[in-house]
Ligand binder design. Structure first.
Ligand code: URA
Length: 436
C-alpha cells in the first residue's frame, strides 16, 4: 500500500496493522501540517475502533518521539529518574516523592504538565509558589539538578510536538481514551525527555482515564514495555483514583498540603503513596537494592526533614520564595469562602474524584480549555475521606473562589460528590498492583 492517507485510513478501518512507513508518514505529515485535521481525525477514530498491536504502538511512539528534540541530560551525574502520573485529582505526590527521592541521592530532572479539565498538573501547582519559574534554559535545568539534586520544569515546545498536535485533536474528537494512543502520547514525551529510568503511576478509578483495574493494568504493561523497548528502566504502579488524594484539591492548597506532608503532618493516603513512589524512584535510581529498601530510605528522609529541606532548595533554585515553607500566607490569598455540611449521619462510602475535580475546576482552579487563566488560590478542602464517620451538620467541603457565588456553587458540587451510607464501606487498596 502506498503512503496515501485515504488508503491508510481504509486499512485501519478494515482492522489491518499499519506498516512502519505508514505510521511515520502519518505522524510526520500531520506534524508538518501536510495532513489535514479531518483525515487525522478519521484515522484516530479508526484506531479507537480497531486498536493497535504492540508493534504498531511502539512505532507510533517512536515516530512521535522523533518529531522533536531529545533532551540531553547526559551532563547530569548519576541515574536520572523521572516520575509520571497518568493524571488525577488532588495528586501532589511529585512535590513530595520528588524531594524525598532527591534527598536520598537520586537526581530528579522532571518535565511536568499542566492540568486540563478536572485533573490537576504539577506545573500549575508550582506556579502557586511566588516567584517560582517553571521555564528554564536547558543549561540551567541541568546545572540545578547537578547542584541541588532536583529541578521541575514545564514541558518544552520542542519535545514530541506531534503529541501536542495530536492530543489537542484527540481532545475534541472523543479519541482520548484509546490505550495505544494514551501510551504513545505519554511515552513519546517520557522517552524524549532524557531521564534514565521512569516510574509511572497509572491511576484507576472514577477520577482517571482507566475506570477498571484491568484497563489500568493493561495500560501499565503497555507503558512499561514501551519504556523498556526505548531503552529506559521503566516500572509502573497501578494506584487508586476513586476518591481525591489527600484533602486538598486546587493549586496553592495542594502545595500547602505537600509541605505539611513533608513535615510529617500530611493525610495518610498522600503520605503513604508518596513514600511508595519515592521508594520506587530510589530503587530505579540504584540507591536501594529493592523498592522496600528505597521506601525505608524515603521514610528516613521524611523523618529527618531532609525531604522538606530539598523542597526548599528546589523552590529557591528556581526563583521561588522558600519562606512559603513556614508562612503559608505568602501563597495567593483566596477571596471568598463557602462551606457545605453533611445532611445526614453515617459513613463516607466514597467521594467521586471526577466530580470533586470538576467542583474545584468550577471554583477556578482548573481550565475548561487549554490556555485559560486559572485562580491559583481557588479549590476545595475535604472535611472527611472515604471510610470516615460523619454526623449530620459536619463539615464536608470548604471551597475558595473569586466570588461568593462561585465558592457556594463549588462547595455544593463538592458535597454532591460524597456518598454517605449507614455502614462503614470496604476500603479500596491505595496500590493495586506493580509492573516491574
Ligand atoms: N496523559 C498524556 O500525556 N497523554 C494522554 O493521552 C493521556 C494522559
Amino acid at each position: 500500500m502506498g503512503n496515501n492517507m485515504v488508503d491508510i485510513i481504509q486499512k485501519k478501518k478494515d482492522g489491518e496493522a499499519l506498516s512502519p512507513e505508514e505510521i511515520r508518514f502519518f505522524v510526520e505529515g500531520y506534524t508538518a501540517g501536510d495532513i489535514p485535521d479531518y483525515q487525522a481525525s478519521a484515522l484516530l477514530m479508526a484506531i479507537c475502533f480497531r486498536g493497535m498491536d504492540r508493534q504498531e504502538t511502539f512505532l507510533l511512539t517512536e515516530a512521535m518521539r522523533l518529531s522533536g528534540d531529545m533532551a540531553d541530560l547526559s551532563a547530569i551525574k548519576g541515574v536520572k529518574v523521572d516520575k509520571h502520573s497518568t493524571g488525577g485529582v488532588g495528586d501532589k505526590t511529585t512535590l513530595i516523592a520528588g524531594p524525598l527521592a532527591a534527598a536520598c541521592g537520586v537526581p530528579v530532572a522532571k518535565m511536568s504538565g499542566r492540568g486540563l479539565g478536572f485533573t490537576g498538573g504539577t506545573v500549575d501547582k508550582l506556579e502557586a509558589i511566588p516567584g517560582f519559574r517553571t521555564t528554564l534554559e536547558a543549561r540551567e535545568f541541568v546545572e540545578l539538578v547537578n547542584r541541588r539534586g532536583i529541578s521541575l520544569i514545564g514541558q518544552t515546545a520542542h519535545i514530541a510536538p506531534a503529541d501536542k498536535k495530536l492530543y489537542a485533536l484527540r481532545d475534541v474528537t472523543a479519541t482520548v481514551m484509546e490505550p495505544s494512543l494514551i501510551a504513545a502520547s505519554i511515552m513519546s514525551k517520557k522517552l524524549a525527555s532524557g531521564s534514565d529510568a521512569i516510574v509511572l503511576d497509572v491511576k484507576c478509578g472514577r477520577g482517571s482515564f482507566n475506570a477498571t483495574e484491568k484497563d489500568a493494568e493493561r495500560l501499565a504493561l503497555l507503558l512499561r514495555d514501551l519504556g523498556q523497548d526505548g531503552g529506559k528502566r521503566t516500572m509502573a504502579l497501578v494506584t487508586d483514583m476513586e476518591q481525591p488524594l489527600g484533602r486538598a484539591v486546587g493549586n496553592s492548597l495542594e502545595v500547602i498540603e505537600a509541605i505539611e506532608t513533608l513535615k510529617g503532618r500530611g493525610p495518610e493516603d498522600i503520605t503513604e503513596l508518596s513514600l511508595v513512589l519515592a521508594g520506587y524512584m530510589v530503587y530505579a535510581g540504584g540507591r536501594g537494592e529493592t523498592p522496600e529498601e528505597g521506601r525505608r530510605r524515603a521514610e528516613e528522609a521524611l523523618r529527618s526533614g531532609a525531604g522538606l529541606e530539598k523542597l526548599g532548595q528546589l523552590i529557591e533554585g528556581q526563583g521561588g520564595d522558600p519562606g512559603v515553607l513556614e508562612d503559608y500566607s505568602l501563597f495567593p490569598r483566596p477571596v471568598c469562602k463557602a462551606e457545605a455540611r453533611a445532611e445526614k449521619k453515617g459513613f463516607v462510602q466514597g467521594i467521586d474524584a471526577r466530580a470533586a475535580g470538576a467542583a474545584s475546576q468550577h471554583a477556578g482552579a482548573g481550565r475548561k480549555a487549554k490556555g485559560d487563566a486559572i485562580d491559583l488560590a481557588a479549590g476545595l478542602l475535604l472535611g472527611a475521606k472515604t471510610g470516615e464517620p460523619v454526623e449530620k451538620g459536619d463539615l464536608l467541603v470548604t471551597a475558595w473562589a473569586a466570588t461568593e457565588e462561585k465558592a457556594e456553587e463549588a462547595a455544593a458540587k463538592g458535597a454532591a460528590a460524597y456518598v454517605i451510607g449507614p455502614e462503614p464501606p470496604v476500603l479500596r487498596p491505595l496500590v493495586h498492583s506493580v509492573v516491574l
